[in-house]
Design a protein around this ligand. Structure first.
Ligand code: GLN
Length: 452
């Protein structure tokens, strides 16, 4: 109940949780105590956690940060939720998020903005802003999140914690409310790489209910961190620095923190080499065609009939659909449904959607070429530290551009991690991003662990 007490004390200000499941948490904690007494506990048995409210939780409100689902009590658990329950993890409740995971500041939530625990006038990042703020403020030691274009790595950077988005397909999307299915991937937040490793190991695994789930043995990422201590534990690690990430666009204080972190990596034995991702600058335009296209299809199920909010007054069936959706969705979600519907329309499909898919292929090929020359790629997670609440409220395009370093990784399906790398001149955390080849999660976690 230490964490429940902290939530009671601090959540009214931070707004990191949408739902606190006090009774469920206490019951799960008692069950965990019994397992510990019976000697059947695992590494995570009894460890409290916050689930991003994008994950369906049986019997517990699952809103996805939207008015549309403000009355939705899920009848089943997401695969991630059932795996963690089986591990004995104690869910404290559901973390706030941008509506349907669309956003980079957690301000699009129907339940209000989350505040950054380092400075409550700043955003925590998004869309998994509640999860990141909860871990940063010690309202929960670990948390789940999802990352479609940076939503684990960016809030981890803004809140000064570690977050990992694994290779696409390692974490089942069953019961994870879909935004852009070809990009969405569950991920883990923790105060350290080791905590992320423990959580990620418990979240991954083949699931036949997700057609893109990968059938491969699960790895014990935490055990892989237990290498013998040495003065240069990262000897032989080649870190690639993409020319395009260091060229321009990064704030001076972020650059200084990233350079200092790279010096520390060199001191640990790593070497750095310049690499190039020539098409990375096209990642944002490609993403803002592909992600809205997929979201316009995925969100068509919210029609006031099968799920969620239904308008109180309506005429015929079509009127009921349109009024329910007009009332249930917020502005950013509507903007993306409109863009997605447009780019998929007859006559525009070839010019936008197919072109974006071609860019996606080129971006993935760039990463493969760069990863021939290095073991991991490093750079900033974000161009700036956390901005002020409200600062980008009227400027969605400016907010989209802030994901410049994270989005390409999702388009390629690669794993990415953000770990703390010092502070900006405003005293707010800076994140360093590590990107690896498919299934290089253990390598990323090990590098971050040695750094920490
Ligand atoms: N900020 C990006 C978007 O708004 C990414 C969000 C995410 O990863 N879910 O789409």
């Amino acid at each position: 109940s230490l964490f429940l007490d902290r939530i009671d004390a601090l959540n009214p200000e931070l707004n990191a949780f949408i739902t606190v499941d006090r009774d469920g948490a206490l019951a799960a904690a008692r069950a965990a105590d019994e397992r510990i007494a019976a000697g059947t506990a695992g590494a995570l048995t009894g460890i409290p956690l916050a689930h991003k409210d994008v994950f369906c939780t049986e019997g517990v409100l699952t809103t996805c940060g939207s008015k549309m689902l403000s009355n939705f009590v899920s009848p089943y658990d997401a695969h991630v939720v059932s795996l963690l329950k089986a591990a004995g993890v104690v869910s404290l409740g559901k973390a706030n998020m941008d509506e349907f995971a669309m956003g980079s500041s957690n301000e699009s939530s129907y339940y209000g903005a989350v505040k950054n625990p380092w400075n409550t006038a700043r955003v925590p990042g998004g869309s998994s802003g509640g999860s990141a703020a909860a871990v940063a403020a010690r309202l929960a030691p670990i948390a789940t999140g999802t990352d479609t274009g940076g939503s684990v790595r960016q809030p981890a950077a803004f809140c000064g914690i570690t977050g990992i988005k694994p290779t696409y397909g390692l974490v089942s999307r069953y019961g994870m409310i879909a935004y852009a299915s070809s990009l969405d991937q569950g991920g883990a937040f923790g105060a350290s790489a080791e905590d992320c490793a423990l959580l990620l190991s418990a979240m991954t695994g083949f699931d036949e209910r997700d057609s893109t789930s990968l059938e491969r043995p699960t790895e014990d990422y935490a055990a892989a961190l237990a290498a013998p201590a040495s003065a240069k534990p990262l000897e032989g690690l080649r870190i690639g620095l993409p020319r395009e990430f260091f060229a321009e666009g990064m704030a001076d204080d972020v650059r200084a923190a990233v350079e200092a972190a790279l010096d520390q990596y060199r001191a640990l034995g790593a070497t750095t080499v310049e690499v190039s991702l020539p098409n990375a600058k096209l990642a944002i335009p490609a993403y803002y065609v592909i992600a809205p296209a997929e979201c316009s299809s995925n969100l068509s199920r919210f029609d006031g009939v099968r799920y969620g909010h239904r308008a109180a007054d309506y005429g015929d069936l079509a009127d009921m659909y349109s009024r329910s959706r007009a009332e249930g969705f917020g502005a950013e979600v509507k903007r993306r449904i409109l863009v997605g519907t447009y780019v998929l329309s007859h006559g525009y499909y070839d010019a936008y959607y197919l072109q974006a898919q071609r860019l996606r292929r080129l971006i993935a090929q760039d990463f493969q070429a760069a990863l021939q020359q290095c073991d991991v790629i490093a750079g900033p997670t974000t161009p700036t530290t956390a901005w002020a609440l409200g600062q980008m409220a009227d400027d969605p395009v400016q907010m989209y551009l802030s994901d410049i370093y994270t989005i390409a990784v999702n388009l390629a399906g690669l794993p990415g991690l953000s770990h703390p790398a010092g502070f900006g001149t405003d005293g707010l955390p800076v994140g360093l991003q590590l990107i690896g080849d498919y299934f290089a999660e253990a390598r990323l976690l090990n590098a971050a662990h040695r750094f920490q």
